[in-house]
Design a protein around this ligand. Structure first.
Ligand SMILES: N[C@@H](CCC(=O)N[C@@H](CS)C(=O)NCC(=O)O)C(=O)O
Length: 206
């Protein structure tokens, strides 16, 4: 498999899951500074101009939640997605929340041009990020982290997603010390060999 990534992005979630699953992959860096994600040949891989892209023998996949579920299904022995439908729905609820709410809130900080041309409007969106991301952390702390992990005692691909987003919090001016469960979760995940391997590959800047 090939995983297209840029350091510090949501693509790290898929890399962590691949490491957890024990599936070999080649990380391929996309140079955001050079705008490679918005040009050919990258646009032929992902017309959305975003990372991640996962190329597999089954096809080419985009969207973090879909990639994570594909990885979990490819390595059932790793137990990265539950068989129980209730736990599955809980895991998906977390991932949909990250994709539809928490990640877009973060993106309002540096990617405001997606939503407004007016520099003042972009600055207003960026100024709101600490507040909206803090509200998301409050939700995660009090309603999502039911144990050390999202599903309680056992890690799932949703935790790979949350860990990656949690690495953005200082940059978003969120005071993580206000969220002890989330802080403990981040420390637990950072100590896992999967995360350490992804850091060693330069995908999560330290
Ligand atoms: N819904 C997509 C979002 C992917 C996304 O927005 N990726 C960002 C990096 S975190 C990106 O590629 N941005 C490049 C750009 O905006 O030019 C997913 O979850 O995979």
């Amino acid at each position: 498999m090939k995983l297209y990534f840029s350091p510090g992005t949501i693509a790290s979630a898929s890399a962590i899951a691949l490491e957890e699953a024990g599936l070999p992959y080649e990380p391929v860096r996309v140079d955001f500074a050079a705008g490679e994600q918005r040009e050919e040949p990258y646009l032929s891989l992902n017309p959305k101009g975003r990372v991640p892209v996962l190329i597999t023998t089954d096809g080419t996949f985009t969207e973090t939640g879909a990639i994570l579920e594909y990885i979990a299904a490819r390595a059932p022995e790793a137990g990265l997605a539950p068989a129980d439908p209730v736990a599955q729905a809980q895991m998906r609820a977390a991932m949909y929340y990250f994709a539809s709410t928490m990640h877009p809130n973060h993106a309002h900080g540096r990617r405001g041009a997606r939503w407004a041309d007016d520099p003042a409007a972009q600055a207003a969106m960026a100024a709101k990020v600490p507040e909206t991301m803090t509200a998301c952390c409050d939700y995660v702390e009090n309603h999502m982290l039911t144990g050390p992990f999202i599903l309680g005692d056992r890690p799932s691909v949703a935790d790979c997603y949350l860990y990656t987003i949690s690495t953005w919090l200082e940059g978003d001016s969120v005071d993580i010390t206000a969220f002890p469960k989330l802080q403990a979760f981040r420390e637990t995940m950072a100590a896992r060999p999967s995360v350490q391997a992804v850091v060693a590959k330069g995908m999560i800047p330290q």
